[in-house]
Design a protein around this ligand. Sequence first.
Ligand SMILES: [Zn+2]
Length: 412
Amino acid sequence: MKRYRYRAYPDGSQRRALTKVFGCVRVVFNDVIAVRQSSYRAGEPYPTAGELSKRLLTAAKKTPERAWLSEVSSVPLQQALLDADRAYRSFFNSMADKRRGKRAGIPRFRTRHGKQSARFTRNAGFGLEQSTHGVGFLTLPKIGRIRFVLSRPVPSEPSSVTVIQEIDGSYYVSFVVATPTPEPLAPVQRVAGVDVGLTDLAAITYSDGTRQKVPNPRWLRTKERELARAQRSLSRKQRGSKNREKARHRVAVLHRKVRETRADHHRKLALKLIRENQAVALEGLDVAGLARTRMGKSVNDAGWSTLARLIREKAAEHGREVIVISRWEPTSQLCSVCGVKDGRKPLHVRVWTCVFCGALLDRDFNAAVNIIVAAGLAEKLNACGGDVRRTLACADPDEAGTHRTGRENAVA
Ligand SMILES: [Zn+2]
């Protein structure tokens, strides 16, 4: 299953109808939590999903307090009930240590201040229209035909669609589509080693003797500075004031923009790497560990783990290989030309000369070559012939086919 998300622009009456659906979804979700809590206090067994549906939807709609639930499509309400049920199940599994990944907390009541969403399945009878000029329409029962920006086509019939309103007020539609059968790309000879860094997003060396540094885009830096400024301004505003509300909205908008632009940048890089290389070697990073050190902020910013995940996803989709090497591999201590290990170097050392073979090494490119070797792809480098390792790892740009993407960063 894969999600396709688009920015949507509901008109006034659609926005009012959506607000109503979001409200109903929230009430049903919260009703489940309330029922669960009260049966817990009473020492009774938890009602099943079927009982909850009868009690909180069918029966509730006949009471004056909940009669308005019948004014919206019943599908998103049913889905809210399932969501609450699922949230409890992951919580219990987490408690019993049966769940992998992040621990699930106890489900909480939802408020109208958070992110809002409503999911419509096929049963709801939603309609999707796609045009060739970047406009799409989603028709929802009792809401209407909502326009959205069709930035890429929805590849096949979606099984469900979720309408989302982010905290900053912007709307999105997110379609769930069965994953298209993987499309293996024609095999290529080249492999790549990727070293992710702080100065640059990544230093990449290729087995054909070319290399590149991908900078963190400058516009992202600019937006991040703007965001920091907006956050400072928010913290100075009086609680409960109109100005604070405005500042909060501004922070939320900037947050979203930074998130979106970064994700876009990562997606493009991941796709390019997978398209052009048969195998991609990466370093398994202890991102959680690094984030605790003083470099924390920049590490989180670069979103290394997201990039690695995207590369793995694209590889699976296109039949390419991703090799993740141990994070204990001393990639920045070895000379990739002669293999001598000459110890740790502080982070500010960007270039050094190997004491054994005299190669002048670029820290990041040297690490990227070592990553290829550690991934067991050394023969790909050898196949290239000549002194390819020296060409790839050297610090003198004139000696290598270096090219950089995006704007130039000052070479450290
Ligand atoms: Zn050496």
